[in-house]
Every structure is written in structure tokens, then in C-alpha cells.
Design a binder for this molecule. Structure first.
Ligand code: BG6
Length: 483
């Protein structure tokens, strides 16, 4: 209810995610006056938080400019803190007493916590801390990992379903807050030229790529037991695939959009081992020994020497429906690669015939998610000034920084947290989407682990294992100078 004040409660307030992401994003929303008036923030953590320390620690992530200083202290004035454990009823009662001292309010709970305490904390919220008044709402935000396979994810979903209605649950996939990912719907369904081309009759392949030129140093505990497929592919990249491949929703309501995403996910058979290439980076011993590139994945002391955790994966999805049969959806994700970028690349079929005596390159539509949002279309055009039909490939280019010089593009979390305040679940992952995502990936992950499939080695800073490029060629992808 928008008439009521809102308390935004951050569990794990002293942690890394809170400091780096959540406090800065709350600050941007406050700075831009996007939050409902009367919003207050309560940080909850096991250790006692000294506000001054948190302010200092969050500062480097808050992009503060000179004129904003006054507002910043107004912002911190709205914060208070409660400390306690994540499992003790008495501590949740104490939190409740504190929250209730603000009177009747809406409540948003953000779990910036490791999954090991999800169940306890959500149980505590349900038992003691739900908004009491019927005109006030309670919303719960959780962050991945939502389990590590179908069974563990279903267990978590069932636990949450016993406590909350799906309309109270906000599962964050921050890729759904990125500008270009949000633009997919408009681009596809707001442009006649694209909607007519959007199927197997014109499209040869779709590639969704996520590359990082940094390694995993510092996040080992988490990464080694998850690996790149669970870390970014089962969630971020598959969400993009769903938005690229789904049919036109009946309306732009959150439920109609999420229904269509689920429908297309249901048409994707589980991945097979032969449709995957996995890799793990080794150190580049020609690099500066002080640079990250020098270190291989296993040079990190906390990684077991026999770790087979992939830091790179390429997988080929099929979609068994009329629109997409025969079109490979290729997902590529890796750390320790030659560049950092995320993009969606739609490759169109060859021009029929060979009118000009040399074959034309395939058209491509590329949506660059980062760095630097852009949409460009690769086309063949007559070389200016040439006589006859000499042509070359060039780009029709909508690079955002050139076109949209006065537009502010918010951080993904900034948008998503604002959506939670506004009760908009469109860009959050529904339980049935999540379960479809795990259905697609669980069997192959299990096979990789049971058969102890050794990832192929690739050197930090390279394009990843060559076998991945070979797999793309086998799928009929024409190499266009980049993958
Ligand atoms: C996270 C993954 O979800 O996304 C990280 O856990 C990854 O491993 C990150 O680095 C990438 O997000 P972004 O927004 O920097 O592309």
C-alpha cells in the first residue's frame, strides 16, 4: 500500500553485498527522490554495526559528487541497526519490537545472506516480522543461489511457498535490470521489421555471450562449488534466451510476460553432454607475475588441486517449437578471457543466390549489454564511390552514448529495488521459471560431476578453448570476427 510508510530491512547489513551494492543503490534512489516519502532503513547483522564505519566502507561504491554531501547525511539519518543471530526466536522478537516502534508500515526484507541461512531467516520473518496491518504489505527479496540443482531448488521453493505467497517473493536476477535486456521486449514487439523476421525462417543462430577478463580470486568458497554454469548461465544467460525466444505475451503485465517465458523454457529439452564445452583457465606465465592473469584458477590456495569446476562453458540449447526448431541458441560464458563483454548476437540466414559474384556476409543484429549499451545491425553495402557492385560489410549503429547523451541509465539493482517498492514483479524470477531452468541444466551438471569430466585448459586472457569455436562452426555459425 503506497499510502503507508515503508521499512526496508537489510539482513546481512555488514556484508560485502550490502556494502558494495545495496547501500549504494538505496542512496541513488534516495538522491534521485524515487523512494516513497517516509521510507526508513533497518540493517540487521550478527555483529553490531557502527553507522560511521558502514558509511566509510560504503562510500567508495557510492559515486558521490560534491553537491550531494548534504543529502548524503540526510540519507544516513534514515538508517538504524539491530544486531542478532539468524536463527534465534528471541532475536527475531527483538527485531519485531524495533520494527513495530515505527507503527504500522509496509515491510521489505532483503536477504543479503549466504544460502545456508535462507531458511532460518525466512522462517523468522514469517513467525515474527510480517507487516501486521491488512493494509500493509510484506515483500521478501532473495539473491541467488536458489539451490544448486532441481532437488535443492525445489526444496527451497517449497519452503518459501509455505511461508509467503508468490506475490510477496522477489527473486533477483540482476541481468533483468540491465537496460539492454529490458529493451528486448520493445525491440522485438515494437518493431514490425523484427517481429516478421523473428523465427527459424530468417534466423540461423542466436548467441548469448558473457565474458569477463577477470578471474575468480577472492570468491573461491562460493565459486568452486558452483562453477560458471550455475553462476551465470542457468540464470542470467537463460533469462536472456527466454526473452529472445518467447512468443508475444498477451499483454505487458508481469504475469503474462512470465507465463510466456515459462512456456518457451518448457520447450527446451535438458542439455546433453555433447552439446557442452567446458574449460578452466590456467595462468599466463608470460604475464606480469603481479597481475591476476599470471594466476591460474588452481593457483588460488583455496581451490582443491583436483578441482574440475568450469570457469568457461559453451552450451547449445534447442527449442522444440514451431518458431525455433533447428535454430541453435548458443550460450557462452567465461572468466579469465580476453575481454569483458555481454551481448546477444542474432545471425540471419544467407542471402539466396549470389547475384554479385561474391557471397555476401550474413546479416547480424547485435545487442551489446555491456560495456557501453549498443544495438547494431551488420549489413552489406556498396563501397561508396566504387563503380559497379563492389560491396563490403558495415554497421547500422545505435550506440547509446552517442545517441542518448542526456539519459541516465540506472544500475540494474537500482531499477530492481525500485520495482520492489512499486510492487512490480515483471523483472523477477517466478518459482516456475526457476524450476524450468534447473530442469534444463541439472542432468548435464550431474553427468559432468559423476563422470568427472575434465574441463579443457585455456590460458588466462585467451578466447577460451578452441573446441568452443569448433562447436559454433558445427552449429553452422559463420564467424564474424568475434564471438
Ligand atoms: C554475478 C556472478 O551474478 O554476476 C558473478 O555471480 C559475475 O560471477 C556477475 O561476475 C556479473 O555481473 P555484471 O553485472 O558485472 O555483468
Amino acid at each position: 500500500n503506497d499510502q503507508q510508510n515503508t521499512l526496508f530491512v537489510i539482513f546481512g547489513a555488514s556484508g560485502d553485498l550490502a556494502r558494495r551494492k545495496i547501500y549504494p543503490v538505496l542512496w541513488y534512489l534516495f538522491r534521485d527522490q524515487l523512494l516513497p516519502p517516509g521510507t526508513r532503513f533497518v540493517g540487521y547483522s550478527r555483529s553490531t554495526i557502527v553507522k560511521k564505519n558502514l558509511e566509510e566502507k560504503s562510500k567508495p561504491f557510492m559515486k558521490i559528487t560534491g553537491q550531494e554531501k548534504v543529502n548524503l547525511s540526510d540519507f544516513w539519518d534514515l538508517h538504524s541497526f539491530v544486531s542478532g543471530s539468524y536463527s534465534d526466536d528471541a532475536d527475531f522478537k527483538k527485531l519485531e519490537t524495533y520494527l513495530a516502534s515505527y507503527g504500522s508500515t509496509n515491510r521489505i526484507f532483503y536477504l543479503a545472506l549466504p544460502p545456508s541461512v535462507f531458511e532460518d531467516v525466512t522462517t523468522g520473518i514469517k513467525k515474527f516480522c510480517m507487516a501486521k496491518s491488512p493494509v500493509c504489505h510484506t515483500r521478501v527479496i532473495i539473491e541467488k543461489p536458489f539451490g544448486r540443482d532441481s532437488a535443492s531448488s525445489a526444496e527451497l521453493s517449497e519452503h518459501l511457498a509455505q511461508l509467503f505467497k508468490e506475490s510477496q517473493m522477489y527473486r533477483i536476477d540482476h541481468y533483468l535490470g540491465k537496460e539492454m535486456v529490458q529493451n528486448l521486449m520493445t525491440l522485438r514487439f515494437g518493431n514490425g521489421i523484427f517481429s516478421h523476421l523473428w523465427s527459424r525462417s530468417a534466423i540461423a543462430s542466436v548467441q548469448v555471450t558473457f565474458k569477463e577478463n577477470i578471474g575468480t580470486l577472492g570468491r573461491m568458497g562460493y565459486f568452486d562449488s558452483f562453477g560458471i554454469i550455475r553462476d551465470v548461465m542457468q540464470n542470467h544467460l537463460l533469462q536472456i534466451v527466454a526473452l529472445v525466444a518467447m512468443a508475444r505475451p498477451v499483454s505487458i503485465s508481469a504475469s503474462d510476460i512470465r507465463d510466456e517465458k515459462v512456456r518457451v523454457l518448457r520447450a527446451i529439452p535438458p542439455l546433453k553432454l555433447e552439446d557442452c564445452v567446458i574449460g578452466q583457465y590456467t595462468g599466463d606465465k608470460n604475464a606480469d607475475p603481479k597481475s591476476e592473469a599470471w594466476f591460474g584458477y588452481k593457483d588460488d590456495e583455496s581451490v582443491p588441486q583436483d578441482s574440475q569446476t568450469p570457469t568457461f562453458a559453451l552450451t547449445v540449447l534447442k527449442i522444440d517449437n514451431e518458431q525455433w526448431e533447428g535454430v541453435p541458441f548458443i550460450m557462452r560464458a567465461g572468466k579469465g578471457l580476453n575481454e569483458g563483454k555481454a551481448e546477444i548476437r542474432i545471425q540471419f540466414k544467407d542471402v539466396a543466390g549470389n547475384l554479385f559474384g561474391k557471397s555476401a556476409r550474413r546479416n547480424e543484429l547485435v545487442m551489446r549489454v555491456q560495456p557501453g549499451e549498443a544495438i547494431y545491425m551488420k549489413i552489406n553495402t556498396k563501397t561508396p564511390g566504387s563503380s559497379g557492385f563492389e560491396f563490403h560489410e558495415t554497421e547500422m549503429d545505435l550506440t547509446y552514448k552517442n545517441r542518448y547523451t542526456h539519459h541516465y541509465i540506472p544500475d540494474a539493482y537500482e531499477r530492481l529495488i525500485l520495482d520492489v517498492f512499486q510492487g512490480n514483479q515483471m523483472n523477477f524470477v517466478r518459482a516456475d521459471e526457476l524450476s524450468e531452468a534447473w530442469r534444463i541444466f541439472t542432468p548435464v551438471l550431474k553427468k559432468m560431476e559423476d563422470q568427472r569430466i575434465e574441463p579443457l585448459k585455456y590460458v588466462f586472457g585467451s578466447r577460451g578453448p578452441e573446441e568452443a569455436d569448433e562447436m559454433c562452426r558445427k552449429q553452422g555459425v559463420e564467424y564474424s570476427g568475434t564471438y
